[in-house]
Design a protein. Structure first.
Length: 304
């Protein structure tokens, strides 16, 4: 993972907006979020996370056969963020972006699992959402942060491990609920409706992915949800009957980092020793579009 050094705390926001730390924490669970410096972009953060993932896998850039970058905040329209990341990392392979907003990393995971052959795939989720967040909008300014996370995917050494099942979806009729309209600089969000739909979508999608894997929520050892709002995570865990202690929650320190939230949370879960060989890991993301994606993994616990 790679996150900017800059921090925007709730105390900082109290001086900028009509809000309080108590109000923000009670409604979102967020206490601070990382903010990109002028030199940070989704590309530079993504490349830093990608380099760390390659090193962690015991590989070199020449070993990578494909790079996928999930982002909705690429620094420029053309070329793709993935092509710029490829150059920074010195890769010589295919490169493409995945545009599924906050569900982008899990979408990319499903795509990468189908593409990983003799050479592994580098999958990155990277965002600089603070640059498309209206500084005067209390409804969005308190939510979003910047950062990147990455993983290297290869064929699992254990044939029973890896990606077991998934569920991907989108409801385009809900696109206006969270968007950056043509000609606008900042995102617009109907927070209440997004919240209501998000809880239902996470529960239905996660349950579908588990059913396709021949598993139940009781089988889940680690649940890594998109880090949007702790109340959404709590509601989803309650309806799925997954104990909250099995969920990875770090949004209090990073806020909503969109496509970067799941890989950042997975990185910290790994560093904290929460992922063990054979564990059933459930991932779930949802975001603008309105997109959603869930994936069920059996953790291999071995290098790519």
């Amino acid at each position: 993972m790679a996150v900017p050094d800059g921090r925007l705390t709730n105390t900082d926001l109290e001086r900028m907006l009509d809000t309080t730390d108590t109000w923000i924490v009670e409604r979102t669970g967020i206490r601070e979020r990382r903010v990109a410096s002028p030199s940070d972009t989704a590309v530079t953060l993504g490349a830093a996370a990608g380099a760390a993932a390659i090193k962690d896998a015991g590989l070199t850039p020449g070993d990578i056969g494909l790079v996928l970058v999930a982002t909705c905040t690429a620094p420029q329209v053309l070329p793709s963020a993935a092509s710029l990341v490829q150059e920074l990392l010195g890769l010589r392979c295919g490169a493409l972006d995945v545009g599924a907003a906050c569900a982008g990393f899990v979408y990319g995971l499903v795509a990468a699992a189908g593409m990983a052959g003799d050479q592994p795939v580098l999958l990155i989720g990277a965002e600089t959402l603070t640059r498309i967040t209206d500084p005067d909008d209390r409804g969005t300014r308190i939510l979003f942060g910047d950062g990147a996370g990455a993983a290297v995917l290869g064929r699992p050494l254990d044939p029973t491990a890896g990606l077991l099942a998934w569920d991907l979806g989108c409801d385009g009729s809900a696109a206006p609920l969270l968007e950056v309209p043509v000609g606008d600089r900042y995102m617009r969000m109907e927070g209440g409706e997004v919240f209501r739909r998000a809880v239902r979508i996470v529960v239905e999608s996660a349950a579908m992915a588990l059913e396709r894997a021949g598993l139940t929520p009781a089988d889940v050892d680690v649940f890594v949800p998109h880090q949007a709002n702790v109340r959404i995570i709590e509601a989803a865990c309650s309806r799925l009957r997954i104990p909250m202690e099995r969920a990875v929650v770090n949004l209090d320190r990073y806020g909503n980092t969109s496509a970067a939230s799941v890989p950042i949370a997975m990185t910290e879960a790994s560093e904290q020793g929460r992922l063990h060989k054979g564990d059933i890991v459930l991932l779930s993301g949802f975001g603008a579009g309105m997109t959603w994606a869930s994936a069920v993994l059996r953790w291999d616990g071995e290098p790519a």
